[in-house]
Ligand binder design. Structure first.
Ligand code: DX5
Ligand code: ZN
Length: 224
């Protein structure tokens, strides 16, 4: 099943509730929340208070993508604020197994994220404990960047490993997903599609979400 996860990073933060509800009206089924600390990535965004506010205005799962160095310290706060899914970067977690277990113990779904330069093989030892793997198709830090097509082979490799090892994790992709890239993304096997600029950049988020999902479903019918 393909899901669209609009990233609020590109939304107008003064009108978050309305933006999220418009996107949900267009078929979005997950809300992607980008948490940046100014250390791991060169940008600062939001923390648990905004997640808490979002929790009150949508029943969709809140997918918190932590681009921060000290994830362990903040996991309880994000879960308490209403995060349903929490993903952490392989590159930022020295004790990755412990951090993923920590997320699960707090009752959230646990995801692991890899940057464009990080190989899938660095995840070999955690694929059996994660609920999802997020493949970055841009270098994290900003919305509206250009999609990096060479990241798609990692999605294909993950689908292969998943069936070979009979695992159940889902595959998410994040960065530069738009009408011109979504076909390749879906055909590579990605199931949860994050899109920031393509949903909230311009126009109506509801119509944008509908158009992206339509293109994604069309591409999934001609999967090769
Ligand atoms: C980048 C973030 C993405 C970003 C995606 O660091 O993780 O979620 O918001 O934005 P677009 O879809 O505009 O590339
Ligand atoms: Zn993200």
């Amino acid at each position: 099943m393909i899901e669209l996860a609009p990233s609020i990073l590109s939304a107008d933060f003064a009108h978050l509730a309305e933006s999220v509800q418009r996107a949900a009206g267009g078929g979005a089924s997950v809300i992607h929340v980008d948490i940046m600390d100014g250390h791991f990535v060169p940008n600062l965004t939001i923390g648990p208070p905004v997640v808490r506010s979002l929790r009150k205005v949508t029943s969709l799962p809140l997918d918190c993508h932590l681009m921060i160095e000290n994830a362990d310290q903040f996991i309880p706060d994000f879960v308490q604020a209403g995060a349903d899914w929490i993903s952490v970067h392989q590159e930022a977690c020295v004790h990755l197994n412990r951090t993923l277990q920590h997320i699960k113990e707090h009752g959230a779904q646990a995801g692991v994220v890899i940057n464009p330069a990080t190989p899938v093989d660095t995840l070999t030892e955690v694929l059996d404990i994660v609920d999802y793997v997020l493949v970055m198709s841009v270098n994290p830090g900003f919305g509206g960047q250009k999609f990096i097509p060479s990241t798609l082979h990692k999605v294909r490799r993950l689908t292969h490993l998943r069936s070979e090892r009979r695992l159940n994790f889902r595959i998410e992709i994040d960065g530069g997903v738009a009408l011109d890239t979504i076909g390749d993304v879906v055909r590579s096997g990605a199931e949860i599609l994050v899109a920031g600029n393509a949903v909230f950049g311009k126009g109506d988020p509801k119509v944008n979400a509908q158009n992206l999902l339509k293109a994604a479903h069309e591409a999934s019918l001609i999967k090769v």
